[in-house]
Design a protein around this ligand. Structure first.
Ligand SMILES: NC(=O)c1ccc[n+]([C@@H]2O[C@H](COP(=O)([O-])OP(=O)(O)OC[C@H]3O[C@@H](n4cnc5c(N)ncnc54)[C@H](OP(=O)(O)O)[C@@H]3O)[C@@H](O)[C@H]2O)c1
Length: 258
């Protein structure tokens, strides 16, 4: 009985999830669909998105694959237009695509600095620009919409060799906190989720040997979070009564000190 009510808690809502082809975004898209939302899934890898859409539809949900690179402003706007025409506009945005490339600053990996800034800041802003009109419009009609940005505990805590990544995530958290004062009065709840370590493809992209060693070693001392843990938290944030806005959520593996 309670399970049935739970499964209907996002019925009638339309979500868009970026970074939905793996990790946190993929698990969140599936979970939001299981809670009854129609879900548009956005990332670059079309095949992964098609598999995800097929899985959601097999479970009785509705999903739409939007293949796009979030650093391409025109592509993101085209995806938003498609979502509007096919699903009627988004009232839940999980703005989650991102990359983490730690390295000592003196190695001057300017390519990796730029990649993180382009994706974690500019890409995030392209998505905000393309979908905010839909969120505000939906909130006006339904009384609530959600804009949830993925930051990181790196926005708050100090990790040597993570200066660029941490800077991009501090941007996400402070941007979210400030944007909330504009959109909250329009019934759009703005939130930042700040996870500690979650086992995803994120760690596979790390090239710095020191950071890889630190990450691998941490597996021996703690149990990492799973993408599902974050997915359920996103579901929780979006199903709260319209008056309740979790502004920042820090979610840590129990065994991770900081
Ligand atoms: N895992 C952790 O420990 C952890 C902790 C704190 C915060 N985070 C944050 O959580 C978010 C999700 O990361 P994750 O851990 O789930 O990693 P992940 O498995 O590597 O997922 C990253 C997602 O972003 C997509 N993406 C990458 N570049 C893109 C682009 N240019 N345009 C569109 N999509 C793009 C990837 O898909 P395509 O390659 O198909 O485009 C993928 O779906 C990130 O913002 C990350 O910084 C992760």
């Amino acid at each position: 009985m309670s399970t049935h009510t739970h499964s209907q808690s996002l019925a009638g809502r339309v979500a868009v999830v970026t970074g939905a082809s793996s990790g946190i975004g993929e698990a969140s898209a599936e979970h939001l669909a299981a809670l009854g939302a129609k879900v548009a899934v956005l990332a670059r890898r079309a095949e992964k998105l098609d598999d995800l859409v097929a899985r959601i539809e097999k479970d009785g949900g509705t999903a739409l694959a939007l293949t796009a690179d979030v650093t391409d402003t025109a592509a993101v706007h085209a995806a938003a237009d498609r979502l509007r025409s096919e699903l009627g506009g988004a009232d839940l945005l999980f703005n989650n695509a991102g990359v983490m490339l730690p390295a000592p600053i003196e190695e001057l990996r300017t390519d990796q600095w730029q990649h993180q800034i382009d994706l974690n800041i500019t890409g995030l802003m392209n998505v905000v620009g393309a979908f905010t009109p839909q969120l505000v419009e939906s909130a006006g009609k339904r009384g609530v919409a959600d804009l949830i940005n993925t930051a990181s505990i790196a926005a708050q805590n100090i990790f040597p060799n993570f200066a660029v990544y941490s800077g991009t995530k501090a941007y996400v958290t402070h941007f979210s906190r400030t944007l909330r004062t504009e959109l909250g009065p329009k019934n759009v709840r703005v939130a930042a989720i700040e996870p500690g370590i979650v086992g995803t493809e994120l760690q596979n992209h790390v090239t710095d040997p020191g950071a890889r060693e630190w990450l691998d070693g941490s597996k021996d001392t703690m149990e990492w979070l799973t993408p599902q843990d974050i997915a359920e938290t996103i579901g929780f944030i979006a199903t709260l009564p319209p008056r309740v806005n979790l502004q920042q959520v820090t979610i840590m593996p129990t065994g991770q000190p900081s």
